[in-house]
Design a protein around this ligand. Structure first.
Ligand code: ZN
Ligand code: ZN
Length: 444
């Protein structure tokens, strides 16, 4: 298992020697540097033994500050924090990386070109958007390439302290291709976001660390601290994301697409479904989304509407699950890549081995088939087999059979019908099925 290091940990050794003996915390014993870190390395590898298992090799990233310490030294000490971003992974282990950062980028188009140059030759796929307001990135790749990119970005002081979330992706790439470009809006929202005061931290919500967030949610059940328990829990995602997992007590957002989110804007046509309608502007609002960016963006809008006490879950649900485990969380987490749905254990495997800690996450009875309303056994959406519909929906096994993988009976008679999707797979490009169809027509 790729574990975190005891924090803060210090390793020291002779930079020029290949056989330094390094003892690091109670779990890890490093025996050999397999590549010697130099002032220009962005990463280096270590051979290590873990709990007397056979030796393994893992890559460690080196920050610019750490690199500068290496200059002219024959030995050095390296300090790493115990968090997911500095977690050591094998260089060929597949990972999905998520980060975003709001900061003024001068000449963003030129920056995009620099990123393209750096990524040449690296096996990275995903969505990386840059503009004058910052960067928003979700991508997959082998950890050596994925981390090298992180370190390259972090070498720029503007990005040195940004939160980077790394998650194992055992089945390889989670994105079909690399889309790296200048984009006027880092996230899609009606009317764009370039006019929003994203770069002013005082206009955004106050970020709560996962442990602080958990304390607020726990207060509701404990009655110990009534003032802490007084808040509105706001899920700033789409309804279909809530359908497979959410914080207990969060209302299902009546939204199909974040673009059209309008909580707190007093729009008469949605007021009944708006959890912030008629809410006192002094009320504590606790907002969460998958990775944090949607909350950061939306909190500036709520701030402009006069809401004063806005809090976000720092790093979103993924950061929370990695740090706290599934406390107060029910179900899975919807993600916008080919994995679609991740159980909490993906983020913190050790939290799931202790029976006392899983009680909440086992309560999955909220998840319902969109067609018949019965409980679904799999917390995972599927795409409608009709290519021209392609709706993401939740479906029980008997409705999958009855409607041949379609979302409704009308779709079952559509011209561009794909076969029933099996297991946890996603549909391939249409030509795969079109060619299959014409082949079978030739042979019959
Ligand atoms: Zn059903
Ligand atoms: Zn359909």
């Amino acid at each position: 298992m790729s574990g975190c290091f005891p924090a803060p940990a210090v390793i020291s050794g002779a930079a020029s020697s290949a056989t330094s003996q390094i003892v690091w915390g109670p779990l890890f014993q490093f025996s050999v540097w397999s590549s010697t870190p130099t002032p220009t390395s962005t990463s280096f590898s270590l051979i290590y033994n873990h709990n007397n298992q056979p030796s393994r090799r893992r890559w460690l990233p080196l920050s610019a500050t750490e690199r500068s310490k290496l200059k002219g030294e024959s030995s050095f000490a390296l300090q790493l924090q115990c968090d997911c971003e500095s977690e050591i992974r094998e260089d060929n282990e597949w990972v999905v990386v998520n980060f975003y950062h709001f900061v003024f980028i001068k000449d963003a188009e030129a920056q995009v070109a620099k990123h393209h140059t750096f990524l040449k030759g690296l096996d990275i796929r995903g969505r990386i958007y840059v503009n004058e307001q910052g960067i928003n990135a979700q991508y997959s790749g082998p950890s050596r390439d994925a981390l090298a990119y992180v370190e390259w970005i972090r070498a720029d002081d503007k990005f040195a302290n940004m939160l980077v979330q790394i998650c194992a992706a055992p089945t390889g790439h989670a994105f079909p291709k690399l889309k790296l470009r200048y984009k006027p809006s880092l996230v899609q929202l009606e009317g764009g976001i370039s006019h929003l005061p994203l770069l002013d931290p005082s206009m955004r919500a106050t970020p709560l660390a996962p442990s602080q967030w958990r304390k607020r949610l726990d207060a509701v059940n404990s009655n110990a601290d009534a003032s802490n328990a007084n808040f509105i829990l706001l899920d700033v995602r789409n309804g279909y994301e809530w359908d497979i997992g959410h914080f207990s007590g969060a209302r299902r957002p009546d939204v199909d697409c974040f673009r059209s989110t309008s909580f707190g804007l007093c729009q008469p046509e949605v007021i009944a479904a708006d959890p912030l309608a008629n809410v006192d502007k002094q009320t504590d609002i606790l907002m969460y989304c998958t990775g944090g960016i949607r909350c950061d963006v939306y909190s500036t809008i709520l701030r402009q509407q006069g809401f004063q006490n806005l809090y976000t879950l720092k790093g979103g649900v993924s950061h929370y699950l990695a740090n706290e485990g599934p406390f107060q969380w029910v179900g899975n987490l919807f993600v916008f890549d080919s994995r679609l749905s991740l159980p909490p254990a993906t983020y913190k495997p050790e939290a799931m081995t202790k029976p006392s800690k899983v009680e909440v996450s086992e309560n999955n009875t909220f998840a319902r088939c969109y067609i018949c309303g019965l409980q679904v056994c799999q917390l995972r959406h599927r795409n409608c087999a009709n290519l021209d519909c392609n709706l993401l929906y939740l479906c029980c096994t008997s409705c999958v059979d009855d409607l041949r993988g379609c979302c409704c009976s009308k779709c079952t008679t559509a011209p561009r019908l794909r076969p029933v999707l099996q297991g946890a797979h996603r549909y391939e490009k249409w030509h795969t099925y079109r060619d299959l169809k014409s082949q079978s027509q030739l042979t019959t």
